[in-house]
Design a protein around this ligand. Structure first.
Ligand code: PHE
Length: 468
């Protein structure tokens, strides 16, 4: 065990920006706007916001307070609070394995982002706008150079530790991200037909709401807030006992939702000004398809009104924005196994990062090359009877299936193992106003009853759809 006292964030603001940095990611910038536009506009937005505050926020409070109370990585936190019970240690292991695996495919996408950013910057927007480019790009040797760049950036941030690394990076990247986002929104809203996009995005159409839309809204919210990945347990463990968990969590949820909302004001007007007859049903469901094949076309189309150079500049700002969002998320997810190696194995931060760099690096290579570069990784899964790349399998298993399971375990853990009274005492530490508030009663009730039931239903449903 390392003997140095556990590092803490320098301020509550630093914690909020770091946690919001984790939450604001590709899901906000692209996933949310597309889902909203396709599924009832304002109606989706309303349901999504209700889910954020009534279902996701309680889970967020549970995760942050587990971490802040135990002052340990997720495995150590489950173990210490449960008194070493092996079934809860298993939950702890899952909370470390999940981010490790999600880090692999999130790295793959982040690598593509920096690749596109660099290509736009050197004047190749027209090449990227060709729909055939993406397939060539992801199988080109350049990918390995981009991978080294991403690895170096993440390593530099995490090597700095909580205050000098994660917090400092968030304090720069998050305001920069917000500034670029607002600037792009203002620009896009001045384009022809932009208001068509705004209307499409915001006018509620309740007829589109059905069971699968509701479930998609919840999954989107859950994922967007970085729940079920051990991240908020880990970041919570770096929060001073003097700071309020409920107050911070509220601001993180609010920021995340606001950024997703504003990103819609960028994306949909852009899509409509490119083609006012756009049929939303034709938009790709996948964020990857949207970012890497659809949007480059839209940015290139801007050249008719503002010229090629300016269109490339707008595209570059957009890719930089999404890249910033992705980096702060990637940093947060890799910090989970890093903290685990430091807390559980007593490794120094540098050693932990080197071990993880090798492990995540090797798997990322496998995932990156699973699109055809090395047919082995593609065929490996084909032989298992699935027509999927290794990358897709990772998404199905860890994103879609294990996240709700982890969330379910967190709920059961705080209410039935840790117990309400202890959980509430932990939440009140640093926040006197929380005591006996209406929200406190709501959180206790919901975490012990319908939230775990809903998560269980999602889990079973996904398993049934994906694997049977
Ligand atoms: N909240 C992130 C997003 O919206 C999800 C995420 C967080 C993914 C951390 C990976 C790591 O994209």
């Amino acid at each position: 065990m390392s003997s140095a006292p556990r590092e803490e964030f320098g301020s509550r603001l630093g914690f909020i920006l770091a946690a919001a940095g984790s939450a604001v990611g590709i899901g906000n910038m692209v996933g949310f706007p597309v889902a909203a536009a396709k599924n009832g506009g304002g109606a989706f937005l309303l349901i999504y916001t209700l889910f954020v505050f009534f279902i996701c926020l309680p889970v967020m409070l549970a995760e942050m307070s587990i971490g802040r109370h135990a002052k340990k990585d997720p495995l150590g936190a489950y173990r210490d609070i449960s008194g070493g019970e092996s079934k809860w240690k298993l939950a702890g292991w899952l909370a470390i394995l999940t981010p490790f695996m999600i880090a692999v495919f999130y790295t793959v996408i982040t690598v593509w982002l920096i690749g596109y950013l660099i290509q736009v910057a050197i004047g190749n927007l027209d090449v990227l706008a060709d729909p055939a480019t993406f397939g060539v790009f992801i199988n080109s040797g350049d990918i390995f150079a981009y991978m080294l760049v991403v690895a170096a950036i993440v390593f530099l941030i995490l090597q700095g530790g909580v205050r000098q690394g994660i917090e400092k990076a968030a304090k720069f990247l998050m305001p920069a991200l917000f500034f670029m986002l607002v600037a792009l929104v203002i620009f896009v809203l001045t384009l022809d037909n932009a208001m068509e996009g705004v209307k499409y995005y915001l006018i509620p159409d309740f007829s589109k709401i059905n069971a699968s839309v509701v479930s998609a809204a919840l999954s989107q919210a859950f994922f967007s807030l970085s729940l079920g990945m051990g991240i908020l347990i880990t970041y919570g463990s770096y929060l001073s006992r003097k700071n309020s968990v409920p107050g911070s969590a509220r601001l993180v949820a609010l920021t995340d939702t606001l950024v997703a909302f504003v990103a819609g004001l960028l994306l949909l007007p852009a899509v409509f000004s490119f083609n006012p007859d756009t049929n939303m049903a034709d938009l790709s469901d996948s964020s990857v398809g949207m970012i890497f094949t659809f949007l480059p076309k839209i940015f290139l189309a801007l050249q008719t009104s503002i010229g090629y150079g300016a269109a490339s500049f707008v595209a570059a700002v957009f890719f930089l924005l999404v890249f910033f969002a992705a980096i702060t998320s990637l940093v947060s997810i890799i910090e989970v196994p890093t903290a685990a190696l430091m807390d559980e194995k007593g490794l120094s931060r540098r050693k932990a990062l080197l071990v993880l760099g090798l492990g995540i690096g090797a798997l990322t290579l496998a995932a990156t090359t699973s699109f055809g570069m090395f047919s082995f990784f593609t065929e490996m899964t084909h032989y298992a009877g699935m027509n999927k790349s290794f990358f897709d399998v990772l998404v199905d298993v860890f994103y879609d299936t294990i996240l709700p399971l982890n969330g379910l375990l967190v709920c059961l853990f705080v209410i039935y193992r840790w117990k309400k009274a202890n959980f509430n005492n932990a939440l009140r530490e640093g926040d006197d106003g929380y005591k006996s508030s209406f929200y406190e009663k709501y959180v206790d009730f919901s975490l012990g009853t319908f939230i775990p039931i809903i998560l269980l239903v999602i889990f079973i449903n996904t398993v049934a759809i994906k694997f049977f």
